[in-house]
Design a protein around this ligand. Structure first.
Ligand code: PMP
Length: 337
């Protein structure tokens, strides 16, 4: 433990030989980290405090990592991982975009995710696979830095607050735009994309909003700092297209599939900012946020300020499937025996 000049404390738990020292609670909210769990790290299951890297690793200096985040749900039939293959596919797509050679196959990463849940005897959790450029040299050229891969699990509650799914969240339009298409590749889920997302989140929180909505470089609606966005307007469902610099969300894809099956018309088109204010319903989607209604934007009430009927219908089906109450007709769940 080191006292920093600003009065804060830096914890170097991994350097502690007897592994007894833990960050003290200090009245901070729970993190969801369970330090008793094992982490899959470069092909082996290691103790939480042994899953460490060197400060001179490439990723620390240049943000050179790609990652995933998804939930394992406690269904009526045991734990099941949500859209596991699709998330691992996206991890490999992100690595491909950034020319990061993956030292493991997709099948090995899929197995690692299952093993992390099984070995740690978890019922429900959030899984975080991450692939990053490791330790070799400090130049920007990353080619000699070996790729390292980890899969960890944590306990994550409702991402946007305990009553967000029911009552909706109050959000703002961010003053920071989503990156231009030819600056960062938004289809890659890369750590570097989350620097602007942090600005958006911080700005929102400091102003007592739950989240921020970014516009794209052309001023059209893009997405939240960690969520895709949908609007219901005059009976149709709108969502920004990939060309609005969004991450191709997997929950977004679920909503599109379910909405089509319900018979709604889905329009993937540029969404002007003011359409947010006059929409009947607006909601976020994401592995962490699931399907979260938005009750106000920039303090303008959306619809009647409650979870709208179409949002509720989509939520209802989504939760029925992931809780195992309804047949998983889409094949979204991978059971962990
Ligand atoms: N956009 C961003 C920027 C995100 O971080 C996320 C969360 N991964 C999403 C959208 C939603 O994607 P998914 O539904 O795959 O979690």
């Amino acid at each position: 433990m080191t006292r920093l000049p600003n009065g804060k404390t830096a914890y170097s738990v991994h350097l502690n030989k007897d592994r007894q020292e833990k960050p003290k609670a200090q009245n901070l909210p729970p993190t969801g980290f369970d330090e008793k769990t094992r982490i899959w790290f470069n092909g082996k299951m290691v103790r939480w405090h042994d899953a460490t890297i060197h400060v001179m690793s490439h990723v620390i200096h240049y943000g050179s990592s790609v990652f995933e985040g998804f939930r394992c749900y406690e269904t009526l039939h045991g734990p099941a991982i949500f859209r596991l293959k699709d998330h691992v596919d996206r991890l490999f797509d992100s690595a491909k975009i950034y020319r990061i050679d993956m030292p493991f196959t997709k099948a090995e990463i899929i197995q690692a995710c299952i093993d992390v849940v099984r070995l740690n005897k978890l019922k429900a959790c959030y899984l975080r696979p991450v692939a990053f450029r490791g330790y070799h040299s400090l130049g920007v050229d990353p080619r000699l830095c070996p790729t390292q891969v980890a899969v960890a699990a944590l306990m994550w509650g409702k991402y946007l607050g305990p009553d967000a799914l029911k009552n909706g969240v109050a959000v703002r339009v961010a003053s920071w735009n989503r990156m231009r298409p030819n600056t960062f590749p938004s289809m890659a889920k890369a750590a570097s994309n989350y620097m602007p997302s942090q600005l958006v989140k911080l700005e929102a929180k400091m102003d007592n909003y739950v989240e921020g909505i970014m516009l794209d470089a052309n001023g059209y609606v893009s997405e939240g700092s960690g969520e895709n966005i949908f609007l219901v307007y005059r009976g149709k469902i709108y969502t920004p297209p990939f060309s609005a610099s969004i991450l191709p969300g997997i929950t977004r894809d679920c909503v599109i599939e379910m909405a089509k099956d319900f018979g709604y018309e889905i329009v993937e088109a540029q969404v002007p900012r003011e359409m947010l204010y006059v929409a009947d319903e607006v909601f976020f989607t994401g592995s962490a946020a699931e399907i979260t209604p938005i009750r106000s934007i920039d303090r303008i009430t959306i619809g009647n300020g409650k979870c709208g009927a179409i949002t509720e219908r989509l939520q209802g089906k989504f939760f029925a499937i992931i809780e195992g109450r309804e047949k998983d007709g889409y094949g979204w769940l991978t059971p962990v025996q």
